[in-house]
Design a protein around this ligand. Structure first.
Ligand SMILES: Nc1ncnc2c1ncn2[C@@H]1O[C@H](COP(=O)(O)OP(=O)(O)OP(=O)(O)O)[C@@H](O)[C@H]1O
Ligand SMILES: [Mg+2]
Length: 308
């Protein structure tokens, strides 16, 4: 059996003249925490709404649990959504909000789980405060509790840490990791890569409606690791010299002329000397140290330039 839980093919959404999402293609595997990162207006919410069945795609396909989606598909019931406005009833308590949701979903059996859910998201079950008097963090927690109401296999969280203080961010992060460890596949969006990096196992960068990169956690960390990038006349001849003369084992050949060395302690001049002494021309050598945020900004800015 395939472990692909969600697959989107050429998924596009156009609002009049705005191309909000264009030709998105990716797979989400069971057990992943799939992070969607993009600036304001990049298309995150639109993409998540299409996957969650709240917005119809203009073109393209979505497969959920190996079946193609269409209207009123029962598979939507296996998804919990927290997207933009969580749809809370401000005049009522958290308990009553969950009760209404259970009733309106026809989940009468779930009423007995309300207290468990409140506890799980860290809201007091005895708290009678009306939701209109809740802090942002409490509303986000309640939104997640509502998304969890139908015991979903997939949880879609659109910017769940927006507006939270550091303690709230840390609590929501722990909750996400906890839910994931219980087997729930999670899709989470954010405009802060650094924050996503603390939970996500996969990263998709969306920019101006386009998915421009998808990386595993390992790939992303490797990209941001301290490195020395050396451009040479012939990379195939250069790597044995790095290994034999400088004892460098941790490197990656990027193309015919570029090698990245992941050992930033070694001085640049030693690398240049060793290569030149062995007949290799060095065109450039540069130390790179990048934060995840710099990486994200560089990618999105460079794409702006590339598109003019
Ligand atoms: N219902 C709509 N009608 C018209 N345009 C829309 C609609 N929803 C979204 N858009 C446009 O589609 C683009 C993508 O919007 P979307 O809300 O998906 O971005 P986002 O990445 O979620 O942004 P944010 O970080 O601000 O939440 C924007 O240009 C937005 O103005
Ligand atoms: Mg959004």
């Amino acid at each position: 059996m395939s472990n692909v839980i969600i697959e989107v093919n050429q998924l596009t959404k156009k609002f009049k003249s705005t191309l909000a999402v264009r030709q998105a293609d990716f797979k989400i595997y069971k057990g992943e925490i799939f992070g969607l990162i993009g600036q304001n207006g990049a298309g995150k919410s639109t993409l998540l709404k299409m996957i969650g069945g709240l917005v119809y795609p203009s073109t393209g396909k979505i497969h959920l649990f190996n079946s193609e989606m269409n209207a009123n598909h029962p598979y939507y019931e296996r998804m919990g959504l927290l997207i933009e406005n969580a749809g809370l009833y401000p005049q009522y308590s958290a308990y009553d909000n969950l009760k209404f949701v259970a009733m309106s979903y026809g989940l009468k059996d779930h009423l007995k789980h309300i207290n468990e859910l409140l506890e799980l998201v860290g809201l007091s079950r005895t708290n009678k405060t009306k939701v209109k008097n809740y802090s942002m963090g409490m509303k986000q927690r309640l939104g997640i509790a509502i998304a969890l109401m139908g015991s979903p296999d997939v949880l879609i969280l659109d910017e769940p840490i927006n507006g939270l203080d550091p303690q709230g961010i840390s609590d929501i992060r722990n909750l996400i990791l906890d839910l994931n460890s219980k087997g729930i596949t999670i899709i989470i969006s954010s405009h802060i890569l650094e924050e996503l990096s603390k939970v996500a196992t996969k990263y998709a960068i969306i920019h101006k409606g386009e998915i421009i990169e998808i990386h595993s956690k390992e790939e992303l960390l490797l990209k941001c690791e301290d490195r020395i990038e050396v451009e040479v006349s012939d990379v195939k001849m250069a790597t044995p010299i790095l290994e034999e003369h400088l004892n460098i084992g941790n490197y990656k050949v990027m193309n015919d002329h570029t090698v990245c060395i992941y050992d930033s302690h070694i001085e640049n001049y030693r690398i240049v000397n060793a290569l030149v002494e062995n007949g290799i021309s060095v065109h450039s050598i540069m130390k790179h140290k990048q934060s995840l945020e710099q990486y994200f900004l560089e990618r999105t800015e460079s794409v702006v330039t590339a598109h003019g």
